[in-house]
Write a protein that binds this ligand. Sequence first.
Ligand SMILES: [Zn+2]
Ligand SMILES: [Zn+2]
Length: 361
Amino acid sequence: MVRNYKSPLSIETVNVDIPRSTEVRVRMVGTGICHTDMVFREGDGFALPAPCVLGHEGAGVVESVGAAVTELIPGDHVVLSFHSCRTCPNCIKKLPAYCFNLGPLNYSGGRNDSSSPISQGGQKISAAFFNQSSFATYAIADQRNTVRVPKDVPLEILGPLGCGVQTGAGAAINSLRLAPGDSLAIFGGGGVGLSALLGALAVGAGPVIVIEPNETRGKLALELGAAHVINPMLTGDVLAEIKRLSGGGVTHALDTTGLPSVVAVAAESMTFNGTLGLLGVPPVEASLPMNMFSMLVRGAGAKYIVEGDADPQIFIPQMIDLYKKGRFPFDRLITKFPFEEINQAMHAAESGAVIKPVLIF
Ligand SMILES: [Zn+2]
Ligand SMILES: [Zn+2]
């Protein structure tokens, strides 16, 4: 748990509640580490009250269910994703990533009634992070954000489908709606960017150009099927290179960096009627660096995307289906660590040494 912000996490013994009416208690098998966990560990801007338990890419086995749970039974293999309310206008429109209650349901540190499913010696510990707090051997979630998965796929690697992989692949498939004949420039070859690459290729789009300074990640992008990788540290004019490789500009671009200088290049990289998807967390004070006249004459647009526009109950099974057919090898992005090495795993992701760490329990 996070005892103090900006410090290594500690592993401690706590009490995890029994599930309430629509809740399930899940024994964790593998939990991915996502950039958002590091953001909340730092405690600036985004934070849960400390001490808190993070983790939001959990996969495990249902251990017990509340009295009103209809969708799941003990023994089910599940992936935990973000929570949504089911009743607001966007949930009714099947757009749970834009749920009006996304903040309170995922980042408040507790349930709606401000109780927490985790305590220690009678003291409340902030939890219910993405309604799961899955950096723990047991997690409480709701049946709404718990997705049953088939038992013939390795459960321990499925957690990242709940957030990071869903975000990248969903951006390519659900948001940009890529199809054969579309070209894509992906800015940033981390877990989200390479998941977008896999999503684009799974639906037959291409060529895909990945812009990434880390040589190891660039090499993996090529192995996974990127047509070209541009190292911006070794390329004088990245925009000119994208235009040269794509014959005048790409139909779609995706920014995973949140850096204004990168978004400025992404906005100019598209040809007529192009669309730019924006996923990266920007500096809080930044404005979009786009030339309005240049966007106008190309009819180009930009859109921020949350959780890959995915309904996890639909999209996670879709990704697993593609994986089983060999068309979505997201396991290539994963490096496993024992749960006890959570701080080393976070450091390995931050240094760029690994792309997607998964903690194994
Ligand atoms: Zn809602
Ligand atoms: Zn995440």
